[in-house]
Design a binder for this molecule. Structure first.
Ligand SMILES: [Fe+2]
Ligand SMILES: [Fe+2]
Length: 158
């Protein structure tokens, strides 16, 4: 039995920031996390999984982790390029959530506790992401554009 009333976030619920490549990354990330959420919703309430089912979820989780690492690396590069005054605050939010993600994924790898994963995907992560885009990303992009960074640039650093 699947639990379908679970949602992660909708891309249009996330505010646009002033730089295109950041918005594109955010939309991609939400789409990826929704895929992870669909699989978790299907697996929820169960205690055992086939190795094929575990592989499907693990592959998606690692794709998401990789996407997040690249997402944060690009924003960190942008901040350095524009000498963003709150670099260390924004950077440490990235580092903290990456640590959380790695910890939750490792814990799933160890004991296949689907409920812990569900909690993170459907509650902790969406709340974090929404707040982060609304604060750190928003301010970083605004500062960059005010300081001459091209809002339509496709990369942080040429
Ligand atoms: Fe971001
Ligand atoms: Fe960010």
């Amino acid at each position: 039995m699947s639990v379908i009333n679970k949602t992660v976030l909708e891309a249009n619920a996330i505010p646009n920031v002033a730089i295109d490549f950041m918005n594109n990354t955010h939309v991609e990330e939400i789409e990826l996390v929704k895929k992870v959420g669909d699989v978790i919703a299907e697996y929820e309430q169960r205690e055992t999984f086939t190795s094929e089912e575990i592989k499907v979820l693990n592959d998606l989780l690692h794709e998401w982790l990789h996407h997040t690492e690249e997402h944060f690396a690009r924003e960190n590069e942008l901040m350095q390029k524009i000498s963003f005054p709150m670099y260390s605050v924004h950077l440490s939010e990235h580092e903290r959530v990456l640590e959380n993600m790695i910890e939750v994924i490792q814990s799933w790898d160890r004991n296949f506790d689907i409920n812990r994963l569900a909690n993170f995907i459907f509650s902790a992560w969406p709340e974090w992401f929404n707040n982060h885009v609304n604060s750190m990303d928003m301010v970083t992009a605004q500062f960059a554009v005010m300081n001459g960074f091209d809002p339509h640039a496709t990369v942080a650093v040429d």
